[in-house]
Write a protein that binds this ligand. Structure first.
Ligand SMILES: [Zn+2]
Length: 147
């Protein structure tokens, strides 16, 4: 039962419009899956219930990303970029999910995957680039207000 709740939440997180946009921005920093230097972030739910990414300081580490310091309050997940050739969570990512107790997402150009520490799964496949219309004003419509 606990696992089912966690799975539902992980899927919900992956489809949240703000998380998706900010994940895309993180992937852009990671060269859209072409950089071996990973970028990491916490997915944090703030006091108003809005989800945001809080990026880790970029350390230019090869095939890894680390966070040092206190974990901020409201963390619901961890996300980070991978090379497109390595879209699934690594053993280290599984360990991270087990020790922190939150799902760990992996962002690549055509996949978003997640691990709960025990199993890996694909939460989005295909082109997940957020749709942006040229005449759309960002911030004009808060689609998360009903949640
Ligand atoms: Zn990883």
């Amino acid at each position: 039962m606990v696992l089912m709740v966690a799975r539902t939440r992980a899927t919900e997180l992956a489809w949240d419009p703000t998380v998706l946009q900010e994940s895309w921005n993180l992937l852009a920093l990671g060269g859209y899956g072409h950089s071996a230097y990973e970028h990491g972030a916490f997915i944090v739910r703030d006091a108003s219930g809005q989800l945001h990414l809080r990026s880790w300081k970029f350390d230019r580490e090869f095939l890894t990303a680390h966070y040092r310091g206190a974990i901020p309050s409201g963390v619901v997940a961890i996300t980070h970029t991978h090379l497109n050739e390595l879209p699934m969570p690594s053993d280290g990512d599984q360990w991270l999910a087990r020790t922190t107790g939150v799902p760990v997402f992996v962002l690549t150009r055509m996949l978003i995957t997640v691990t709960d520490g025990y199993s890996n799964r694909v939460v989005r496949s295909g082109d997940w680039r957020p749709v942006q219309s040229g005449n759309q004003v960002s911030g004009g419509c808060d689609t998360t207000a009903a949640k």
